[in-house]
Design a protein around this ligand. Sequence first.
Ligand code: FHN
Length: 481
Amino acid sequence: MILKKSYRQNLKKIFHLFLFTLLFIPSAIAQAQVKTKISLLHGSHREGKRMDADMARWRSYGLGQFIHWGLYSILGGKWNGQQYNGAAEWIRSWKEIPKREYDSLYLKFDPKEFRPAEWAAMAKKMGVKYMTITTKHHDGFCLWQSNFSTYTISNSPYKNDIIDPLIEAYNKEGIDVYLYYSILDWHHPDWRYDLKTKEDSMAFCRYKSFVKNQLTELLQKYPSVKGFWFDGTWDESWKKSGAFSDSLEQYLKKIHPGLIIGGRLRADDFGNRHFDANGEMMGDYEQGWERKIPKTYADVHGNDWECVMTIPENGWGYSQKWMGHWKTTNELLEMMAQCVSLGGNFVVNFGPEANGIFRPEEIKTAREIGEWMRQNDDAIYNCEYAGWEKQDWGYFTKKRNENKVYMIICNIPVSGSLKIRSSAGIDVAKAFLLQSPEKLLTMENIENGVKFIYLPEGLSFKKPFVIELDIRNAKQVTWNK
Ligand code: FHN
């Protein structure tokens, strides 16, 4: 009986030990794993955001313009009467089109209607603060007179540099210019998708020198550019070139202080892109938000970020036929509000025709966004995440370093009152429609920072509209990992 009791006690002890192991060891291992950083030579080199003046300027833009223009614009998504179903600028990769024929299109590139000053004036009226132009897309054709390639605008019937007058015109309007550059190059003989042989590695080595030469040339020719927008960095050859991409970024920033480069350029020691093996962002801002927008602030990990958006469903270069759903101006305005409310910039893409003319739908979109911006840009420029709980009527933005929060309203509740819940300790002194600052809106305190703001009776609206809240004790939102 005694033996039996101690046996039972032992069994109990073993069971408790087993339970303890089951419950605590995995979490202890997980904790240890979280804390152990993988040692990387070519991972992220910075903790937190870049805090210099150039980056502060980038952060304040709110709205940008992307332009995809090149040889693909001549075809507009059609070859031999057949419609290509992919993005128009990818048509060269379509099996139907003989590569030699696509690569001869430069002999037809002659944009007689290209008026850089008109492009810049349209962008200015739209309210954009920065513009990114494709200097070389995946097809390899260069819109500038590069000394490192013969596949350039110099050998087209047009002959003249596209990039130089464009930068001049945009800068004249006070708009910063960024240069898109595709690492992937379908035309260059030394481009490789992967490095499987010694020959591949030698060719790709030459290709990397070519890239470095071209980028140096771009910075020397156009010293006012603010940054590069890299693309086409997903192939194995580039992912295996982490050390090179790291040294390239450092070199470019050394020869052009203040230069801004997003997270798409680099690969780490293991070929990870955007974020290194420790989950840290590489580059100056998150560049993964293409045709999608984060839903919450947690989705952007406290990083700077930008969203690039097409007006049609997909397709960046000119397409004779726009496919899928075309976003209305109101949809784009709401997307911009969402981006700025989460601390990001919103960039709308344009794909002009090969002759240099924008399609009517794009001209209309630019005009309508501009009309809205002229009345409401206070809620967009130099604004950030407010840190307030999102409500169904729309989005909060907050002016950086000021006691101003904006409500960008996209849906009015049937009650006609808008609920807000400010962060703890913040008081709302007054609320008014941005369009009529003299008429204060009635507010009702409910509980714990919850308020209702009553809209004037009979208010009707066809576009998002803005309420400004003048607040006390504004706080800077900080991100804790
Ligand atoms: O393949 C390209 C595409 O053509 C376009 O340039 C977009 C713009 O963000 N980037 C690539 C896909 O990520």
